[in-house]
Design a protein around this ligand. Structure first.
Ligand code: PMP
Length: 358
């Protein structure tokens, strides 16, 4: 009898066999500052509203395939005009997959600055399509000449621009973004996962660029557990993406809960304000430490280059704090730690635990 491994070796694509499954670090008992989650628990009265909404969900039925309640709550919360289409994903991770599949013709290329969000590259691998990463400048700004040349050389079907960028935290210069949008022969997706902390957006530019789609998520504003991402663009784009979307990709509980939270605009606003204030405090405290370089951030995390990232990571880990050690990810990220902004207490714990402060 042949072993399962022989079957696997004969049919699973080599590039898939070469991958490692995405591992989520177990954070039980730790202060979790590794994944850009919102640190605030929900107030009691909001929990009660959620409980009531969930209690009414007919779990025996498939969810609304069109997720109409979620879409209208998003339109209301973020002022998305009716002339624009919206496609929903099980997290924006799923939207990245849908966008990739939509353009994955033989010979097509997907492009993104590098370093940027790893799932752009991963989804290109899954779909068997070429991925080209264009190096950022050493200060993490978009290198307009390198982008221009890469676009002319590669003619990418799809360019992802994270705005602000993860893991570097910065906003690319709008004129550099415009240059990419004008030069690109295909779709440009501006990924605004961190828009709540950025104070700027390409949403108003959708009508200027026929090849622009703006993608967002509710994960960073307190709803990571719901898994809900949304892409906004001309209806010609969203109509094509709708054809790829799995019929019931947004489960009924998410569809019931998301509108409740999206209506809590004042709470979401207050949390973002507090996160931004804490971000300033952490950045200032970190940059006062010898040998530490803090990069400008427009997100809910702070990227810092420290004297010895693996050692600092371990020190924090001993203090039961989990951050992201980016050392080894990319040459530009040498000795960098990415620290999600937590509650004031959590952030103080981080600062107290840093090797330089002990
Ligand atoms: N885009 C960027 C730039 C991100 O940083 C993330 C999450 N780390 C995502 C997309 C995915 O978000 P989600 O799948 O939770 O919506």
């Amino acid at each position: 009898m042949r072993a399962p491994s022989e079957f696997v070796a004969s049919v699973v694509r080599p590039e898939i066999r070469a991958l490692k499954a995405y591992e989520v670090t177990d954070a039980a008992g730790l202060i979790k500052l590794d994944a850009m989650e919102n640190p605030y628990p929900l107030p009691q009265e909001v929990r009660a509203k959620i409980a009531a909404a969930v209690a009414d969900v007919p779990i025996n039925r498939y969810p609304d395939g069109g997720a109409k309640a979620v879409k209208s709550a998003l339109r209301e919360a973020f002022g998305i005009g009716d002339d624009l289409g919206i496609v929903l994903g099980n997290g924006s991770d799923e939207l990245i997959q849908m966008l990739t599949v939509a353009v994955a013709a033989p010979g097509a290329t997907i492009m993104a600055p590098d370093p940027s969000f790893v799932m752009y590259r991963m989804n290109a691998v899954y779909a068997g399509v070429r991925f080209v990463g264009v190096p950022l400048a050493a200060d993490f700004s978009l290198d307009p000449k390198a982008m221009q040349q890469a676009i002319e050389r590669e003619r990418p079907a799809l360019v992802f621009l994270a705005y602000p960028n993860n893991p570097t935290g910065n906003l690319f210069a709008p004129e550099h973004m415009d240059a990419v949008l004008r030069a690109a022969p295909g779709l440009v997706v501006v990924d605004e996962a961190y828009h709540a902390f950025a104070g700027t957006s390409f949403l108003p530019r959708l009508r200027d660029y026929p090849n622009l789609v703006v993608m967002r998520t509710v994960s960073k504003i307190g709803m990571a557990g719901l898994r809900l991402g949304y892409a906004i663009g001309a209806r010609e784009w969203t109509a094509e993406l709708e054809k790829i979307r799995q019929p019931y990709n947004l489960n009924a509980l998410t569809q019931a809960v998301a509108p409740v939270l999206l209506r809590e605009g004042a709470m979401l606003e207050a949390q973002a304000t507090s996160i931004k204030a804490e971000r300033t405090r952490i950045a200032a405290a970190l940059s006062a430490l010898p040998g530490v370089q803090v990069f400008t951030t427009h997100t809910n995390f702070v990227l810092a280059r420290v004297p010895d990232a693996p050692r600092w990571f371990e020190r924090l880990r001993e203090a039961r704090i989990l951050v992201k050690n980016l050392h080894g990810w990319h040459p530009l990220l040498a000795n960098c730690l990415r620290i999600t902004v937590g509650t004031p207490e959590e952030n103080s714990a981080v600062l107290a635990a840093l090797p330089a402060n002990r």
